[in-house]
Design a protein around this ligand. Structure first.
Ligand code: C2E
Ligand code: CA
Ligand code: CA
Length: 568
């Protein structure tokens, strides 16, 4: 290569080096700079000339500006020089430059002149901030800013090795639904905020008491130390405070409260059960309105203990990712626009499958439904992503519980998942039950955000709730799923056949597609196709299957059903 060529290529490499989106630098084995690119100059606060100038060279460890990171860096460098490439995350705050978090990958290179370390650093500050934001959102209630159930449960977990007494209160505002209906959700939200502040104010002087917000009109207090010993007094004080009239926008309201108390170790064996036990006691307090406050008595609430152990096992299953999904195909009946899948949650407890209807309801009650949904959603999208990208299936449907719509970070998490698994948003459908879709409580915010992402919404179990034509028309949904209770015996029950046909016509007149679920035989499938139903799902086509079995089914099965749709 001529000198001119060498110069040309060196210039080219230099330009490439300097335009990289990562900081790149090379250190000698004394950790002094041999070279670095533009970004590194900016992040470390010195020019390359200064860093590499013979009599001014200083080891990088003197420039990082954070002792913890220097220790981490030195430990990693030792490994690198031993021939083991390392990737570390550390915080730097160099003199005269901005503080930031870096992910640094380092490798040793042996050259004649000695060992060198080549490092590539990426700025992870924003990513960390976003994670911190998501973490905050997932541990705090968006409305009141109070710790949510996840955080309170973590707090209880942190007391696991404590011997001292602990206690939990579950506080509920009776008939808050009436307030919602009478005053509208905006004002009801303001009232909940006022309730939160009142509870906080009441326990202000009690060392060791933490207020949290479980759901809508349900609050909780976790008490340790002195506060745990005074839990009866605290419960009475909150009860009294919430029975004082409240002035709001010129209105005077008296709310009242029901309170459940649970204490460790006198009433509850494991402190992590405190919250559930307090809610069981609350359940009894609500039935016994005269008292308003109830303690948890394990011997009295026998069925409560069985439920507690089920809730504990469920939490354990969620924590260890032992909730799985099965996938059930939904086939097109009219035109060949591909096979879709519905993800259905599965939980095996001590070798026995717990019916989803049962554990989903329990997850909703105990506050684990968000984690269950997250697990289901992650598995469903991960398992179907490749099938969607290769065109074997057109999309995946996921069941949503109303709690997910109340969770302000839900849509954001869906967005993250779509990006991570590289599937188009339009391949995702979220099924919400008719009751939820029709209620005012359907959280406008999450629905709007989900629609903005481009995912579809479908109304599940159509026919079992009370639909209003007027509301149906204004809902941002693309599809109705006719409940299996009408489909299953529609050939023998004319009444059900009429309901199914009317639902199909209603949906079409509103420009919605229709899915019929629970099809158990070919004759029903045939009849539905004649009625103009757009999609079909049921044991006659396939049971919900684990991924491996679904892949087997997809080859011959898919071809058969798609051919059938083409022949229509
Ligand atoms: P769903 O959303 O209505 O789901 C359809 C149910 O019908 C599934 O029951 C499915 O196995 C069953 N099915 C499908 N084809 C037939 C058929 O031909 N005949 C009969 N008899 N049944 C059929 P599964 O899996 O037991 O789920 C029950 C319910 O549990 C679901 O009803 C849904 O409401 C809930 N669920 C399941 N997974 C989840 C989840 O991940 N999140 C939420 N929120 N709910 C879920
Ligand atoms: Ca469903
Ligand atoms: Ca259904």
């Amino acid at each position: 290569m001529s000198n001119q060529d060498t110069e040309f290529y060196t210039g080219l490499i230099r330009a490439y080096f300097d335009s990289a989106n990562d900081a790149i630098f090379v250190l000698c084995n004394e950790l002094k700079f041999l070279m670095c690119n533009r970004l590194m100059e900016e992040w470390i606060g010195f020019s390359e000339d200064t860093l590499t100038c013979h009599n001014q060279r200083r080891p990088i460890t003197e420039l990082l500006g954070d002792t913890v990171s220097v220790e981490k860096f030195c430990a990693a460098i030792e490994q690198v020089l031993d021939g083991h490439p390392q990737r570390i995350e550390c915080f730097i705050h160099p003199h005269g430059a901005q503080p930031r978090w870096l992910e640094i990958s380092m490798t040793r290179v042996d050259v004649e002149a000695g060992d060198m370390v080549i490092a590539v650093a990426r700025d992870t500050t924003r990513q960390r901030e976003q994670l911190a934001k998501i973490r905050y959102q997932s541990t705090h209630d968006a409305l009141t800013g109070l710790p949510n159930r996840v955080m309170l449960q973590n707090l209880l977990g942190s007391f696991a090795t404590t011997i001292g007494p602990l206690a939990a209160l579950a506080v509920d505002i009776p008939r808050f639904r009436d307030v919602n209906e009478a005053l509208g959700y905006r004002m009801a939200d303001e009232i909940l905020e006022a309730v939160a502040r009142r509870i906080e104010h009441t326990i202000e002087g009690d060392e060791g008491a933490t207020t949290g917000h479980l759901t809508g009109d349900r609050f909780a207090i976790i008490a340790s130390g002195e506060a745990a010993g005074n839990i009866d007094r605290i419960a009475a004080a909150i009860h009294e405070e919430l029975s004082r009239p409240m002035q709001h926008n010129g209105l005077e309201l008296t709310l009242g409260s029901s309170i459940g108390i649970a204490q460790f170790p006198s009433q509850v064996e494991h402190c992590t059960n405190l919250l559930q036990a307090a809610e069981t006691a609350l359940h009894h307090a609500k039935q016994n309105a005269a008292a308003g406050i109830e303690n948890f008595y394990p011997e009295l609430y026998g069925e409560g203990s069985e439920r507690l152990s089920l809730v504990n096992d469920l939490r354990d299953a969620v924590d260890h990712g032992r909730i799985h999904v099965h996938l059930q195909p939904i086939i097109p009946l009219q035109e060949n626009d591909g096979i879709r899948l519905e993800a259905l949650a599965r939980w095996e407890r001590d070798g026995v499958d717990v019916p989803p209807d049962e554990f989903i309801a329990l997850a909703e009650l105990s506050g684990h439904i968000l984690s269950v949904t997250q697990l289901v959603m992650e598995q469903a999208v991960a398992q179907s992503a490749q099938l969607i990208r290769d065109g074997f299936v057109s999309g995946i449907a996921i069941n949503l519980s109303p709690h997910c719509l109340m969770d302000r970070s839900f849509a954001e998490r869906v967005g993250v998942l779509i990006g991570k698994c590289r599937v188009p948003a339009s391949s995702l459908t979220f099924e919400i039950t008719e009751g939820v879709a029709m209620s005012e409580r359907m959280h406008q915010y999450t629905v709007r955000e989900l629609r903005a992402l481009g995912v579809h919404l479908s109304i599940d179990d159509f026919g079992t709730g009370h639909s209003s034509m007027c509301k149906l028309r204004h809902l941002p949904v693309a599809e109705l799923k006719i409940d299996k209770s009408f489909v299953r015996d529609m050939l023998t029950d004319e009444g059900n056949a009429t309901i199914v046909e009317a639902s199909i016509n209603l949906a079409h007149s509103l420009n919605l597609k229709v899915v019929a679920e629970g099809i158990e035989d070919d004759a029903t499938l045939e009849r539905l196709a004649q009625m103009g139903c757009d999609y079909a799902q049921g044991f006659a086509i396939s049971q919900p299957l684990p991924l491996q079995e679904l892949l087997e089914w997809l080859k011959p099965g898919a071809a058969h059903w798609l051919q059938r749709a083409i022949n229509q």
